[in-house]
Design a protein around this ligand. Structure first.
Ligand code: HEM
Length: 407
């Protein structure tokens, strides 16, 4: 442990003691102390500063200026057609913003083209599972992440939650796109724009009475720690589930999948010293930052309703009890209870027994007669859901917000 880390630990330990004595600690607030070592990161070193006190300073300041000068509509207009990774930036952007974007669009020196291709191959082979896990699993999990749920609820996009939920799920899917980080792909443009959106949210949300009332003392949203929490609700969660389901995954596939998400973390503005270098490091960090903070919030409950509404609308043949049972199965009862998913005492054990058999059959591990018919109803419905909800090639239209959600 570095000196800085040790000192912070002592200071924070004292503060937590006082908090506990006053009986104020609530599960939503109870963050573990930051002890994760930067030597486990892709950078391999770092100051060890608690990422809850780190944001994205340079772009945060630039975007705040853009908002204050009333330039957001013009910037959004200019960026509307900037969608391909190899496209030059449009003329007319404020100079500072343009310079920052030119830097931000560069892939990190450690990006490895071969590993990125391995990730594409992996997603192509396992697309049904990853699609379901991003669209349903990560989507539902995000509603149990209090800071994310509240930020989304009180920001401009919160007024149309279905659209908002769909956009985040879509990003998970686009990461696995054939062209993701290649010149003709769109992930660089999407990540840089998302970074701009997050910077705008950091400027705007502190002006929202709803957000300020519920932020638990956080003064600026979307810290680097928050970014990592959400990151873990994507690849770390997805890989954990694939392992639980005993999906056969080669070392190359697993490394490729981690790599594309490491690159994505960097492109979304997460500092290299916080990005886990290995799955072991990712799991350790996730246990520290994600597991302790999942909780119920009214804002998260509203988001859960929106997500379940989308799934029902997709009408892939999933009945409500089946959606509930499968959702509980993939996020677990703890999160299921927190986000208010109905219990399905009869269907849930059936789904829990049937799904691993579908996986085993699809992966050629068992013969067909071993798979009960409900398993196929489920597989068919999920396949349709992935196809319709996470439809390939649907571009994400990201706009920099210039206001919070109106109430
Ligand atoms: C916007 C992805 C972390 C809160 C977005 C958008 C994407 C995205 C694709 C644009 C969609 C839109 O405009 O609606 C991600 C990813 C993250 C991450 C991949 C981490 C790996 C976070 C965190 C928070 C957050 C940690 C809050 C604690 C928001 C908010 C918006 C947004 C409030 C704007 C919604 C609006 O008002 O339009 N994010 N995000 N995000 N994100 Fe994130």
């Amino acid at each position: 442990m570095t000196d800085v880390n040790r000192r912070r630990l002592l200071i924070a330990g004292g503060a937590l003691g006082a908090f506990g004595a006053l009986g104020m600690a609530s599960p939503a607030r109870a963050r573990s102390l930051w002890t994760w070592s930067p030597s486990d990161s892709v950078a391999g070193r770092g100051a060890g500063v608690d990422p809850d006190w780190v944001w994205d300073d340079e772009v945060d300041a630039i975007v705040a200026e853009v908002i204050e000068r009333g330039q957001v509509p013009r910037v959004n207009d200019l960026l509307r057609n900037w969608v391909r990774n190899d496209q030059p930036l449009p003329d007319g952007l404020p100079a500072e913003l343009r310079d920052w974007m030119e830097e931000a669009r560069k892939l990190p020196s450690w990006a490895d083209t071969e590993k990125l291709q391995d990730a594409v191959d992996f997603t192509r082979r396992k697309g049904l599972y990853t699609g379901v896990l991003y669209g349903l699993g990560s989507g539902l999990l995000s509603t149990a992440i209090p800071r994310e749920a509240r930020a989304v609820y009180y920001s401009k996009g919160g007024a149309d939650m279905k659209d908002r939920v769909a956009k985040t799920a879509q990003l998970g899917y686009d990461v696995g796109d054939v062209y993701a980080y290649r010149p003709q792909g769109g992930m660089i443009a999407t990540s840089v724009r998302t970074r701009l959106v997050h910077a705008a949210v950091r400027h705007l949300l502190p002006q929202s009475p709803g957000w300020s009332r519920t932020s638990g003392g956080q003064t600026v949203p979307i810290s680097q720690a928050d970014m990592m929490v959400t990151w873990h609700s994507l690849p770390t969660y997805v890989m954990g589930k694939l392992r639980d389901w005993r999906v056969p995954i080669t070392e190359t596939e697993s490394e490729g999948f981690l790599h594309v998400w490491q690159v994505s973390a960097h492109m979304l503005g997460i500092r290299d010293e916080y990005i886990p270098a290995t799955w072991a490091a990712a799991n350790a960090q996730s246990r520290q930052v994600l597991d302790p903070i999942v909780d119920h919030t009214p804002e998260g409950a509203a988001l859960t309703d929106a997500l379940l509404g989308i799934i029902a609308e997709v009408d892939a043949g999933l009945t409500e009890p089946l959606i509930n049972a499968f959702s509980r199965y993939i996020v677990g009862d703890r999160v299921g209870d927190l986000i208010g998913l109905d219990r399905e005492p009869i269907l849930q054990p059936v789904v829990g027994a049937a799904w691993p058999l579908v996986v085993a059959f699809r992966e050629g591990l068992i013969p067909l007669p071993g798979v009960p018919s409900i398993a196929w109803t489920l597989e068919e419905a999920l396949r349709k859901f992935v196809l319709l909800f996470m439809s390939e090639g649907r571009p994400i239209h990201l706009e920099i917000p210039d206001a919070n959600r109106p109430f």
